[in-house]
Structure formats: structure tokens, C-alpha cells
Ligand binder design. Structure first.
Ligand SMILES: [Zn+2]
Length: 210
């Protein structure tokens, strides 16, 4: 009787040990799977500006000219090759300007509700610009509230801001981080950072304060 009792206790001990070891292995696997990687950010996970959920500003997706330096010229935004398509407010905000620049570029500018999020620059509103619109197509005026996705005008080819591209129909779209209607080169942000889902080949950036 004593021996039988010992056997039962021993058997149950071994069973418990096996069970607890296998349970802890599966728990370890689960916790590994749930750990986010700190060094690799998958392209389809929006972070930073990509997490703001901005709308694409028109219907076409062909980028004919990107943001940044090309030779000696700094392009403040992206050019989207579209012919007389609706132009949409990329996010909620207030119309900062609507009309024509002195170089005959028809435009709309929107000051958004969201702040720039770079470290050290968390107090300036983001401003987007939509240039080369069809003359008189602007559907909003200075001071209007606009909702994300609202049609604000029609893309065209007004003005001559892009050398070599003057007569090409396209929407120039830029975003700046200084609440300014007329951004300097240093004020603009690559708009593609805002669209991680639409354009998977563009890597996201991780910002310090996010
Ligand atoms: Zn442009």
C-alpha cells in the first residue's frame, strides 16, 4: 500500500513536471511572437506621419516627380500625373489660401488640425498645398472649414513652377511643418511618409516621440 501510494505520487509528479515544462515552452513561444521588433518596422504598419491616416489628394497614383533634391533644384512636394481630376483635402483643416500666385499657379492651401510631429517641433500645424489647378476650379475659399476627402478643386497645368514640366498636367502636392502658406525648402516633409499603405515600397520612419 505504501509502495502504491509512492508510485502514484511519483507518477503525478513526473506528469506535473512534463506538463509545466511544455506549458512554459508554449508560453515562451507566444510571448516571443507577441514581441514587436524594435529594429524592423514592417512597411504596412503605419507609424509617425503614416499613422495620421491622411487621404491621397487625387485619383491617380503615378508620381512623375518626387520630393527633394534633383541636381541643383529642390522639389518641395510630389507631382502626381493626372489630367483634370478631382483634388481632395488630405485631412481636416481650414483653408489658408485659395486663388492664384503671381506666377499664375492656381492653388489651394489648407492648415490642418494636426501638429507636426518631429522632435522639437510639436507646436506647428501641418499645411498642405495643391498647385497647378484648373483656373477657377477652386471650390473653397480662405477661412472655410474642410473635411478630409472633400473635393477642393480640379487638377490642371496652370503656372510654370516646374522647369521642363510646365505644360504637363499634374497635381503638385506638398506638406510643410511650419504652419506656413509659402514653405521654404527646409519646411517641407516628403509627402510619401504619410502614405504607408498606398505605397508599400516607401519605408516608414520611426520618430523619437511616437
Ligand atoms: Zn511639383
Amino acid at each position: 500500500m505504501k509502495n502504491l501510494k509512492k508510485k502514484v505520487i511519483l507518477t503525478s509528479c513526473v506528469f506535473t513536471m512534463i506538463f509545466s515544462v511544455s506549458a512554459s515552452i508554449s508560453a515562451a513561444q507566444d510571448s516571443t511572437q507577441n514581441l514587436p521588433s524594435k529594429s524592423i518596422v514592417p512597411y504596412d504598419v503605419p507609424v509617425g506621419y503614416g499613422a495620421m491616416g491622411w487621404d491621397w489628394p487625387t485619383t491617380g497614383e503615378t508620381i512623375s516627380d518626387g520630393w527633394g533634391w534633383t541636381g541643383s533644384r529642390f522639389h518641395k512636394g510630389i507631382d502626381i500625373a493626372v489630367y483634370k481630376q478631382n483634388v481632395y483635402a488630405a485631412a481636416d483643416g481650414e483653408v489658408l489660401g485659395s486663388g492664384v500666385y503671381s506666377d499664375s499657379v492656381q492653388y489651394v492651401t489648407i492648415k490642418h488640425d494636426q501638429n507636426a510631429i518631429e522632435p522639437g517641433n510639436t507646436h506647428n500645424k501641418l499645411v498642405s498645398r495643391y498647385l497647378h489647378l484648373v483656373k477657377g476650379s477652386q471650390k473653397v475659399k480662405k477661412g472655410d472649414r474642410v473635411n478630409q476627402g472633400q473635393t477642393i478643386g480640379t487638377s490642371g497645368n496652370s503656372g510654370a513652377s516646374d522647369p521642363g514640366k510646365d505644360n504637363n498636367y499634374h497635381l503638385h502636392f506638398d506638406i510643410n511643418n511650419k504652419s506656413a502658406e509659402f514653405p521654404s525648402n527646409n519646411d517641407t516633409i516628403d509627402p510619401m511618409l504619410f502614405y504607408p499603405y498606398n505605397f508599400g515600397s516607401i519605408p516608414n520612419i520611426v520618430l523619437d516621440n511616437m
